[in-house]
Design a protein around this ligand. Structure first.
Ligand code: OSB
Ligand code: MG
Length: 369
């Protein structure tokens, strides 16, 4: 395969509800959509960067720069036998995993379409449906949080994650636990704490949480290892895992007992498959995170989760929780039992609604090889 054309669009999609974390409050999803064309067919990949470097260092502006000046020229010079060969070809460019992922995932999607196969098949997936969990942002009040949890549990989601931050932690978890004693529950701190806060996490041990996600710094695995030694609850890393090597080092060091993989955060599907294989070989529970993706990135995550090593429900929820009108038709839906069907059409398997993409496009740029 030789890629002949790459297009990048910057899209803005309003969120139906603001999403608040320890690091920001988002009211719209602002992201780059990458299209790669070869042999008369086009594949699509969604970048997971935001406008601001609050989750991780990359931004939409750095992704566009690294694509334009480094990754796309490199891609045009390659003759690819298989999309798995692309990520290793990016090795000279350090970091910038979100930029690499958007392009690499678009090439996998193109490869699937050229093969007339769904993404799950070219990735090596096996499951016809995946378990869906839900990530609930910080709410204006504990009552509002409880209402949200009640709604999502009633909708069928198989695991509930709530966001925490200093000052909005113990009491929130205690309130949710008191009202929902049996719900599979976890918390995500998005790096809002320090090792000196270990006592908080020891207290949370009594709440029977499935895990605590990324309590400490985004670039740390040493303090996380120290914290994991002090608490019974499993630590799960998100921000700290930006490559398969990061995952191996974190597991070797005991920094976590569960891993959250977001293909858009680790450099794409090849790196995700390497993390999947590592976790499977070591019997480490693995799940797929989310970044409030539009249907295009959301479906990419759905297909990845068809692999057998995704043993826990992911953060992939229904389109309607995020967007009035998603970019794909049909939208992503979740059954009453909390399952998402893995599509069988070519590539991501749902139609992209181009009128909606056009309406959401703020900027576009294209390059030819
Ligand atoms: O830390 O997992 C996270 C959303 C944006 C940035 C980071 C995270 C999240 C979520 C939401 O938790 C997951 C989703 O519903 O897509
Ligand atoms: Mg997280």
């Amino acid at each position: 395969m030789r890629v002949e054309r790459v297009e990048v669009r910057h899209l803005g999609l309003p969120l139906v509800h603001p999403f608040e974390t320890s690091f920001t409050r988002a009211t719209q999803k602002s992201f780059l959509l990458v299209s790669v064309s070869a042999d008369g067919t086009t594949g699509y990949g969604e970048a997971v960067a935001d406008d601001e470097p609050y989750y991780l260092p990359e931004t939409n502006a750095t992704v566009l720069h690294v694509l334009r000046d480094f990754l796309v020229p490199l891609l045009f010079a390659l003759h690819l036998d298989h999309p798995r060969d692309l990520f290793p070809a990016f090795a000279r460019i350090r970091g910038h995993e979100m930029a690499k992922a958007a392009l690499e995932m678009a090439v996998w999607e193109l490869h699937a379409r050229l093969s007339g196969a769904p993404l799950w098949r070219v990735l090596g997936g096996e499951k016809a449906a995946i378990d869906s969990g839900v990530s609930i942002g910080l709410q204006p009040s504990t009552d509002a949080l409880l209402e949200n949890v009640a709604r999502e549990v009633a909708a069928g989601y198989r695991r509930v994650k709530i966001k925490i931050k200093p000052g909005a932690d113990r009491a929130l978890v205690a309130a949710v636990r008191a009202r929902f004693p049996q719900v599979p529950l976890m918390v995500d701190a998005n790096s809002a704490y320090r090792l000196a806060d270990a006592a908080l996490f020891r207290d949370l041990d009594d709440e029977r949480l499935m895990m605590v996600e990324q309590p400490l710094a985004w670039d740390d695995i040493v303090d996380h290892a120290a914290l994991q030694r002090q608490i019974r609850t499993a630590v799960c890393l998100d921000e700290s895992i930006r490559s398969a090597e990061d995952a191996r080092r974190a597991l070797d060091l005991g920094s976590c007992r569960i891993i959250n993989v977001k293909p858009g955060r680790v450099g794409g599907f090849a790196a995700s498959l390497a993390i999947h294989d590592l976790c499977r070989a070591r019997a480490v529970p693995l799940w797929c995170g989310g970044m409030l993706e539009s249907g295009i990135g959301r479906l990419a995550n759905v297909h990845l989760q068809a692999l057998p090593g995704f043993t826990l429900p992911g953060d992939t929820a229904a389109s309607a929780r995020y967007f009035e009108e998603d970019l794909v038709d049909p939208p992503v839906t979740v059954s009453r039992e909390g399952a998402i069907t893995v599509p069988d059409g070519p590539g991501i398997g749902h139609q992209i609604v181009w009128a909606r993409v056009e309406k959401a496009t703020r900027y576009k740029e294209e390059w030819r090889g």
